[in-house]
Design a protein around this ligand. Structure first.
Ligand SMILES: NC(=O)c1ccc[n+]([C@@H]2O[C@H](COP(=O)([O-])OP(=O)(O)OC[C@H]3O[C@@H](n4cnc5c(N)ncnc54)[C@H](O)[C@@H]3O)[C@@H](O)[C@H]2O)c1
Length: 238
């Protein structure tokens, strides 16, 4: 498979390493310094694009991949506001798109555990719930995209919480997400339920970025040649 890498930073480099190990070819690498090379002509050789850039560039990059008719896997976080617009555009124009706030297989299993726990806690109002995420200091968005996904899953089941908030809860219906920035943490997420009697906590700790990169390459292998909007649940057959 021929891959175009849109964003060649920490994740782009790791994705290249894994893609080459899995027998793929990287035909284009776009960074902030060579955006003029992100053209229809250069993209023609790509079966799929993998986009890991930044919150303010992800939407434009994904839309350009649609314009060039190249299926796109995006891992950029912090652009949730425009994500549904991108998905809608993809469906209306016959493109292929897969976005995940976290590509690691472990985190996607953690998402399933989180949903199950929230479902069980829905009828246990004595438990308070709180999320925490710890990442490296270069991370641009807070809370992390993964923490937002975890929070949305909790809100889906627990009616006593109405919306997530960044920082401590201001009112009982708030679901707090506490963000800490400590180097060199690649990412730890906590979901904790506390009652006067006991606590239940689930934790996922990434040891490095390899899991995100492998998941992104698996997603690229899955989406190549398809049309539609997909998620990691489709890739992992959950
Ligand atoms: N979904 C996941 O599993 C996952 C995992 C890790 C990181 N991320 C997210 O992926 C993104 C990238 O993370 P990173 O650690 O590689 O960051 P990074 O800062 O190391 O790399 C980002 C790269 O994007 C390039 N870039 C910026 N603007 C661009 C533009 N307009 N066009 C083309 N390239 C551009 C920069 O030159 C840089 O090399 C972040 O949003 C991060 O939160 C997602």
């Amino acid at each position: 498979m021929n891959i175009a890498l849109i964003g060649y930073g920490k994740m782009g480099h790791m994705i290249e390493e894994i893609a080459l190990q899995r027998g793929h070819t990287v035909v284009l690498k776009i960074n902030i310094d060579n955006t003029e090379d992100f053209t229809q002509e250069n993209m023609a050789a790509a079966d799929v694009a993998i986009e890991f850039t930044a919150p303010d560039s992800a939407y434009q990059n994904v839309m350009r991949c649609f314009q060039f008719g190249v299926p796109v896997v995006s891992g950029s976080t912090g652009w949730n506001q425009q994500l549904s617009e991108a998905k809608e555009h993809c469906l209306q124009n016959g493109g292929a798109f897969l976005h995940a706030s976290n590509f690691s297989i472990g985190v996607n299993i953690f998402f399933q555990v989180n949903k199950l726990l929230a479902k069980l806690m829905a009828s246990q109002p004595e438990y308070e719930v709180q999320l925490k995420e710890v990442h490296h200091t270069q991370k641009k968005d807070a809370p992390s995209g993964t923490a937002v996904t975890l929070a949305e899953q909790v809100l889906e089941y627990i009616d006593r919480k109405k919306a997530w908030v960044s920082g401590p809860a201001q009112q009982p219906e708030d679901l707090p997400i506490i963000s800490e920035r400590i180097d060199p943490a690649p990412g730890t997420h906590y979901v904790k339920y506390t009652s006067p009697i006991d606590d239940i906590e689930i934790i996922h700790t990434a040891h490095n970025r390899k899991g995100f990169a492998l998941g992104a390459v698996l997603a690229a292998e899955f989406i190549a040649g398809k049309k539609g909007v997909f998620s990691m649940d489709d890739v992992l057959k959950f």
